[in-house]
Write a protein that binds this ligand. Structure first.
Ligand SMILES: CC(C)=CCC/C(C)=C/CC/C(C)=C/COP(=O)(O)OP(=O)(O)O
Length: 188
């Protein structure tokens, strides 16, 4: 008897949550929807520390949080989403932590490629942005595979920034420009 009441209550809470969610989305989609939203993945370790969790658990929780934010964005019709995931500076962390993050990225990129993933369900094209040569080879290969596999998706775009930093970008932007004969002048 108690089990039946508990099940009923759960279903009631579940359906009212769904109803409220639909209602909220209706209201939000009336207003102007941004074309591009960017997320900086930060605070994963602090989150884990506050809850006496391992750093790895914090990173995993961070990834799940960003995935649900992305799902809301797709549902609202945001065309471009950028995620700042791993900068070149992040390589200065301990070797174990960097390796953990590389393994996590590999696992998650493979997950994104699955048919039932949030990316495929929402017709999202993935772009990895940054100096990809600096990534661990298996991660780079998976990233390239993800870009290729989603290249025909047209509903929205997910830009994942990895191994990036402003100085590296300036250096790499300058080289082709120099080759084209562009003249640079020093800014005062
Ligand atoms: C495929 C894909 C998008 C994977 C992403 C995996 C992921 C969660 C990466 C976050 C990496 C990172 C160095 C965050 C910085 O914040 P921090 O956690 O160091 O923050 P804190 O030290 O300020 O708490």
């Amino acid at each position: 008897m108690l089990k039946t009441i508990d099940g009923l209550a759960r279903r009631l809470v579940g359906s009212s949550f769904l109803y409220m969610r639909r209602f909220l989305f209706r209201i939000l989609s009336v207003g102007p929807i941004p074309n591009h939203i960017a997320f900086i993945l930060d605070g994963n370790r602090r989150y884990a520390k506050q809850r006496n969790m391992t750093e790895g658990t914090g990173y995993r929780a961070g990834f799940l949080a960003v995935m649900s934010m992305l799902k809301y964005c797709y549902e609202l019709g945001v065309k471009y989403m950028t995620v700042y995931a791993f900068s070149i500076e992040n390589f200065k962390r301990s070797q174990e932590e960097v390796q953990y993050l590389m393994d996590l990225m590999l696992e998650k990129i493979k997950g994104l490629l699955k048919q039932e993933s949030v990316v495929n369900e929402n017709g999202v094209r993935i772009h990895f942005v940054g100096n990809l040569k600096l990534l661990d080879k298996p991660v780079r290969v998976a990233a390239e595979k993800a870009m290729h596999a989603t290249s025909n998706n047209t509903k929205s775009n997910l830009l994942i920034c990895v191994t990036y930093t402003s100085t590296d970008e300036i250096v790499h932007a300058e080289h082709p420009a120099k080759r084209n004969g562009t003249k640079f002048r020093k800014l005062a």
